[in-house]
Design a protein around this ligand. Structure first.
Ligand SMILES: Cc1cc2nc3c(=O)[nH]c(=O)nc-3n(C[C@H](O)[C@H](O)[C@H](O)COP(=O)(O)OP(=O)(O)OC[C@H]3O[C@@H](n4cnc5c(N)ncnc54)[C@H](O)[C@@H]3O)c2cc1C
Length: 296
């Protein structure tokens, strides 16, 4: 959970997210299906008796996924998470390899947990996703809680990259058609674009940043993809800023992009801290970046 996890518990339907806590449980799950969603995004479906009691009600709810250290096959027993009475007991083990992933969907009826994973060659999780096959077994911990909504604001602004796309897709599927929505999606290449549910008042703007994380200079040597994104947010963000408590902003992308966008939202547009859920989903050059890191 991000900043909003500390928001007061309240009823759904209000303009404040509702926080629902879940007992922390470690699960061993088996891949049942793998489907290509785009050039680099794969949809991995997990099943297993351990999914009994699983709950993830919020659009950006996430779990920790435990991978085999060599990014191939199944996670061995010694690298699986272990919980006792709601506590993660092998947390201090430095050998564990775990990363955060959004719950794209969970159907209690079919008992299927779906996670959309970006394939890339830079880290264990990105490489595992590229080789994922039915029958492979991974560990999953959480979610610790759900952050539900708010779904009744009139204005929404989303800023994500490929890693925040599953959360954006979840949001778009839950928002009413009456909501005004602007979503910026930073993607490496046009082939990273995904079909999304787009309501009559929703605009999705895909910004191709090219290879890398967005801070590299463009061909003119001055403007970076992050600059372009921040300027676009500065323009489009005026409506959500003007909406005050009737607006909601969600940002989930690479840390430096998130930091630039947050500066625009806070300093230029004056969006209140409690009207946004902002976190770095990964950080260029850093393995296992902690998304709870304070963004200055
Ligand atoms: C709350 C939350 C939800 C998330 N949900 C999803 C999701 O649903 N789907 C998804 O695909 N990702 C998601 N992510 C992002 C994912 O956890 C990170 O990208 C993670 O770092 C991948 O682990 P790794 O082992 O591949 O790389 P790491 O070992 O963490 O990092 C190794 C190197 O790879 C680089 N790297 C990490 N991620 C990327 C990337 N996306 N592109 C290019 N280089 C990268 C790092 O900068 C580092 O240099 C989420 C993150 C958070 C915090």
């Amino acid at each position: 959970m991000t900043d909003t996890a500390t928001a007061p518990e309240t009823n759904p339907g209000t303009l404040v997210p509702e926080v629902r806590l879940h007992p922390l449980r470690a699960r061993s799950l088996t891949v049942s299906r793998v489907r290509e969603l785009s050039a680099r995004m794969r949809r991995i479906t997990f099943v297993g008796a351990d999914l009994e009691g699983f709950a993830a009600d919020g659009p950006a709810d996430h779990v920790k996924v435990f991978f085999p250290a060599d990014a191939t096959g199944s996670t061995p027993d010694e690298l699986m998470p272990r919980t006792e009475d709601g506590s993660w007991v092998n947390r201090p083990d430095p050998a564990l390899v775990f990363r955060d992933y959004t719950v794209r969907s969970f159907e209690p009826g079919s008992g299927e947990l779906v996670i959309d994973m970006l394939c890339h060659s830079h880290g264990v999780a990105g490489r595992w996703a590229a080789q994922a096959r039915p029958g492979q077994r991974l560990g999953v911990l959480g979610p610790r809680g759900s952050v539900v909504g708010p779904f009744t604001a009139s204005q929404y602004l989303f800023v994500v990259d490929e890693t925040g796309l599953p959360a954006l897709a979840n949001w778009l599927e839950r928002l009413p058609e009456t909501a005004y929505v602007t979503a910026f999606v930073s993607i490496e290449e046009p082939e990273d674009e995904l079909p999304l549910r787009v309501g009559p008042r929703t605009e999705v703007i895909w910004l191709v940043r090219g290879r890398g994380h967005g801070r590299e200079h463009g061909s003119d040597g001055a403007v970076t993809a992050t600059d372009v994104l921040a300027r676009a947010v500065a323009q489009a963000g005026r409506t959500v800023a003007a909406a005050g408590s009737d607006g909601w902003t969600f940002v989930g992308a690479e840390y430096s992009q998130v930091r630039a966008v947050r500066t625009v939202l806070r300093s230029e547009l004056g969006v209140a801290r409690d009207r946004m859920d902002v976190s770095g989903y990964w950080r260029a050059g850093q393995a296992n970046f902690d998304h709870h890191t304070e963004i200055p």
